[in-house]
Design a protein around this ligand. Structure first.
Ligand SMILES: Cc1cc2nc3c(=O)[nH]c(=O)nc-3n(C[C@H](O)[C@H](O)[C@H](O)COP(=O)(O)OP(=O)(O)OC[C@H]3O[C@@H](n4cnc5c(N)ncnc54)[C@H](O)[C@@H]3O)c2cc1C
Length: 322
């Protein structure tokens, strides 16, 4: 069984979730003497290609054309589907990120293949091909059997170990011919969040809610995040009131995250907020109300005023670093 993996990039190289997807695909294909092929689309940094081999890619196919530097769902889907066919791939693995989630169903329609998204297990191939995925915003699991010849899996970020599996790099770069007719949409402007740890990639997230009283107090959240090397997040009302940008809003209507450590400060723990963060490995809640519902979902809790607790936590984090 050969597999292909869509290698997603950030401005600084490949996403951690891409390495997870490659390591995941490689664990499956190697039991079958198959190849894991990473597909890089658009501009890339030559020096980073070896990282894909490090996590298990047997081959890296880089598809180049200036027009591919901006993500285009239609063209990216067509290119991945062409590679899947030419490489005789029976497994396609993407990360369950915004791009992965949008590409996977389109690929499935093109290749007439079965698909499972939000996958959190390796396939059970003893009797067919079954995987486990999360459903109802992470509150339940579903076991899915894929019966088609080609199978597509969108795996949940931060759910699988990164397995380094050093191999020599075997990469080919292909100049792709494209014309305007291939593009059904046109990107007019792309605004990226720069210089910050991406929320979906972060191992630690420091998040805050209405309990912080106003945006003028967010320097405390930023300081703690800086000391811990964490990304910052917020509850929905905080983003709605423009205290923080919407790309920090986590929950049912925001981003779903799964960091190793989620620190929630002045957030009540409404069910819609928990839907986006409850899969975090360790949850720490700081709230002055001992009855706040978030404490029920917490591994550790501090009942206290954020404005007294935070300066002490920041000092403790600083002391840890020194
Ligand atoms: C359809 C729908 C979708 C939604 N989607 C989302 C979503 O995706 N994400 C989301 O977050 N919400 C979502 N919500 C809103 C959600 O129901 C809650 O209203 C929201 O999460 C509450 O935000 P909060 O905890 O910041 O504010 P509050 O509920 O006002 O809670 C503030 C908390 O801060 C504590 N506090 C106050 N002062 C201090 C202090 N000095 N120190 C320590 N603690 C203090 C309080 O005890 C309280 O627990 C959604 C709602 C609906 C109806």
């Amino acid at each position: 069984m050969n597999s292909i993996v869509f290698a997603e990039q950030t401005e600084n190289g490949f996403k951690k979730s891409t390495y997870e997807a490659i390591a995941y695909a490689s664990e499956i294909t190697k039991t079958d003497n198959g190849f894991t092929i990473a597909v890089v689309i658009g501009k890339f940094d030559d020096a980073k290609i070896s990282e894909l081999a490090k996590y298990g890619a047997d081959k890296v196919i880089c598809l180049k054309n200036e027009k591919l530097n901006a993500f285009d769902i239609g063209v990216y889907t067509k290119l991945l589907s062409d590679v899947a066919v030419s490489e005789n791939a029976s497994l396609i693995v993407v990360s369950n990120t915004y791009s992965g989630k949008s590409i996977a169903p389109r690929l499935a329609a093109k290749l007439k293949s079965g698909i499972a998204s939000g996958v959190i297990s390796y396939p059970d191939t003893k009797n067919g091909f079954k995987v486990r995925r999360t459903v109802f915003s992470g509150k339940a699991f579903a076991d899915i059997e894929l019966k088609t010849a080609i199978k597509i899996l969108a795996i949940s970020p931060n759910s699988f170990e990164l397995i380094a599996n050093e191999k020599p790099v075997n990469s080919v770069t292909v100049e792709v011919n494209l014309n305007e007719m291939d593009f059904t949409t046109k990107s007019i402007e792309i605004s990226r969040v720069t210089g910050k740890i991406a929320l979906t990639e972060a191992e630690i997230v420091v998040s805050a809610g209405r309990g912080m009283k106003g945006p003028e107090n967010w320097h405390l959240i930023e300081s703690l995040a800086t000391e811990l090397g964490a990304a910052t997040a917020c509850s929905k009302p905080v983003a709605d009131m423009h205290w923080r940008p919407h790309n920090e809003h986590v929950g049912q209507t925001g981003i779903t995250i799964k960091p190793n450590l989620y620190i929630a400060i002045g957030i009540s723990g409404a069910i819609q907020h928990l839907a986006g963060v409850s899969s975090s490995k360790v949850i720490v809640v700081i709230n002055k109300d001992p009855e706040a519902p978030f404490f029920k979902a917490a591994d550790y809790g501090i009942v206290g005023d954020a404005f007294e607790v935070l300066p002490k936590l920041i000092d403790a984090a600083k002391a840890l670093k020194n």
